[in-house]
Ligand binder design. Sequence first.
Ligand SMILES: Nc1nc2c(c(=O)[nH]1)N[C@H]1C(S)=C(S)[C@@H](COP(=O)(O)O)O[C@H]1N2
Ligand SMILES: [Mo]
Length: 388
Amino acid sequence: MTFRMPGPRPALPAFRPPRFTGRLHDARTATAVGRWLGLAFAVCLVTGLVSHYLQRPPGWLADRLPTRPVWGYALNQGLHVATGLAAIVLLLVKLWAVYPRLFVWPPVRSVRHALERLSVALLVASAVFELFTGLLNIVEWYPWPFAFVPVHFAVAWVVTGSVLLHVAVKAPEIRDHWGRSSAGTRSLPAEDAVDRRSLLLATGGAVGVVTLTTVGQSFTPLKAFDLLAPRHPDHGPQGLPVNRTAGAAGVAVQDLRQWRLEVAGPRPYVLTLDALRAMPQTRVRLPIACVEGWSVDADWAGVQVRELVARAGGRPGTAAVRVTSLELSGAYRVMEMGADYVDDPLSLLALTLNGQVLSLDHGFPARIIAPNRPGVLQTKWVHRLEVR
Ligand SMILES: Nc1nc2c(c(=O)[nH]1)N[C@H]1C(S)=C(S)[C@@H](COP(=O)(O)O)O[C@H]1N2
Ligand SMILES: [Mo]
């Protein structure tokens, strides 16, 4: 029997983190795409805030909201949804450009590095969450247990904060790669420039296709290309889409036989539909502009809200109104209308749409239509006004 002295142990193969030799996963690509993504996020944030405060104004603002331009909210929300959809494409390309950094080795080099990675994780998670929930909201699919609006609003701040932090941390790299001939970019392999241009062109093309096939839902001259948008401006009863049908809202024709408009205020009164029709009718052309991005202009006729309010003893210019729908439940059953909207001659309790009596799905017998307002506040099946 022979003994051998233990020799040097065979060396373990050294761990080799995955390496990415593929090109364009570089700071110049990340910066070029990131600029557009940052712009899309900025427009989304501003338009989102406008939409939020038009829907839920703080007390001091409630009576001072602008009612002009009449198409303001349609433009705002068209931009919000269009830039959100564009951001989906841009975020995917951006993540593709930077994903090799997920596998850097060692994973953590210092406290600063750990914090930086944590902030990127927060940025990616919140941005994906925000765009995903927004996308599902415009197709009215809510596969989550929370309310969309407050959560989408809150996470917007997380996205904003982590974008600002990310830009601050990456400022030197961004500066070095801002333009094609910036300092850092000159040291990148020259042969990549051609590929990078192709990638950026393809990204621009994809954004263009997504925009062109969806923007027709709010920008009607392009409605012929509106292939991918969840709504088509012309599809729906009386040539107008419907978000919540009477069926979904639990409003049935038999409930309407006894319909009366109750107006509460210093001098309360009740009107039948015939009495409403006998009052002076005002015709307006105004868009329904849904928070989900679609909007359509239509001709409406009915009684001015300010007329109804004055008759109940409300003071013009200061009276606000609470509007209640026949709908039994739902977030939009009760709506507050501030003094500026009440006083606007274009704000109607509408009885007709495009020259016909309102269909049940569009809010028969009476609905609100007012200028520069989110669709959710254009209350259908109105049966009560409370002058406040
Ligand atoms: N009572 C009531 N009114 C409502 C709603 C609702 O759910 N309940 N939905 C609103 C929404 S989200 C929009 S976009 C408009 C759409 O009006 P339309 O269905 O006539 O196009 O109605 C609004 N009025
Ligand atoms: Mo809507």
